[in-house]
Design a protein around this ligand. Structure first.
Ligand SMILES: NC(=O)c1ccc[n+]([C@@H]2O[C@H](COP(=O)([O-])OP(=O)(O)OC[C@H]3O[C@@H](n4cnc5c(N)ncnc54)[C@H](OP(=O)(O)O)[C@@H]3O)[C@@H](O)[C@H]2O)c1
Length: 280
């Protein structure tokens, strides 16, 4: 079973498909079936997190699949409450035990939690876990440039990826520019803005109609052209396939700038500003 999704190479040499599957709320047997459907459709990058309580579900889908493990890219994330060094090491091990995997392709710090201020310690644990072969590539989520700069200054290791909230209503222009200048790959979470109002947006509907595509496909193509890796979540085989069908058309400059105009300073879905918001 082959996949035709193009790949990119991260700053540490690890390759990733340019689109992946989100798995928040995909749990248990139903979740594993949904993830297997996605792998059959061609998805090779699967997101998850300790806090989604579905690392076991993802591991089960990997075992049920006929796609060889080395062709898959499996992600998990370290929760805020386990950011001190010893707890982070034990949690990475626990994540592997839960998934029954030998290694993660990507392991990310889930939130910087700057008030708690343990994220540099957590980063040391990820660096060591990579040395021990437990993780192939290490990254972060929701880090602002000031947090990324501190990691670089104190450990001399820049994350390969920063997974951030990114969709047409919150397009993260400055943060993406910073990533580009510092060779950090952007990944988009809630790439479809959880479809809250986005499917009815007139600008997006007009562009979709023009290309004979759906609004979701236009949004995911927009992420791709921005150079970010979207990880849309869908439990439905039809919508999973729909979300992968973004490589047979392209958006022109006018369409890209029309979509850029939809961004709003308060466009985050839940006002989770990583400068002050903390998640444990
Ligand atoms: N790092 C972080 O802090 C963080 C935070 C949030 C999320 N994430 C990750 O990012 C992933 C994606 O974000 P998300 O799940 O919040 O939101 P999302 O992917 O933007 O939207 C998911 C919602 O859209 C629906 N949907 C998907 N494709 C569709 C289509 N083609 N047409 C209509 N509806 C469609 C899904 O319903 P159906 O399932 O019914 O299709 C689901 O309700 C998560 O699953 C998680 O893995 C990370």
């Amino acid at each position: 079973m082959s996949s035709s999704i193009p790949e990119i190479t991260l700053n540490d040499g690890v390759t990733l498909p340019v689109i992946g599957l989100g798995t928040y709320k995909l749990n248990g047997n139903e979740g594993a079936t949904a993830i297997n459907n996605a792998i059959d459709a061609g998805y090779r990058l699967i997101d998850s997190a300790y806090n989604y309580e579905n690392e076991g579900t993802v591991g089960e889908a990997v075992r049920r699949s006929t796609v060889p493990r080395e062709e898959l890219r499996i992600t998990s994330k370290l929760p805020g409450r386990y950011q001190t060094y010893d707890k982070a090491v034990a949690t990475i091990q626990e994540s592997l035990y839960r998934a029954n995997l030998d290694y993660y392709d990507l392991y990310l710090i889930h939130w910087p939690n700057p008030i708690q201020n343990d994220y540099v310690e957590a980063w040391h644990a990820l660096i060591d876990a990579k040395k021990w072969g437990l993780i192939r590539s290490i990254g972060v989520c929701n880090f602002l440039p000031e947090h990324l700069e501190r990691l670089k200054k104190e450990t001399d290791v820049m994350p390969s990826i920063n997974q951030i909230e990114l969709h047409p209503f919150f397009n993260q222009e400055e943060q993406r520019k910073w990533h580009e200048e510092n060779n950090v790959q952007t990944q988009s979470w809630s790439p479809l803005a959880r479809v809250n109002h986005v499917l009815e947006n007139e600008t997006l509907r007009n562009i979709a109609e023009h290309h004979n595509k759906t609004v979701s496909q236009v949004i995911l193509r927009w992420h791709h052209q921005l150079g970010s890796i979207p990880i849309p979540k869908s439990s439905s085989p039809e919508r999973q396939r729909e979300n992968l069908s973004i490589f047979d058309f392209s958006l022109n400059e006018t369409e890209m700038s029309e979509i850029a105009k939809l961004t709003r300073p308060d466009g985050r879905q839940k006002n989770q500003d990583p400068a002050i918001y903390e998640e444990f």
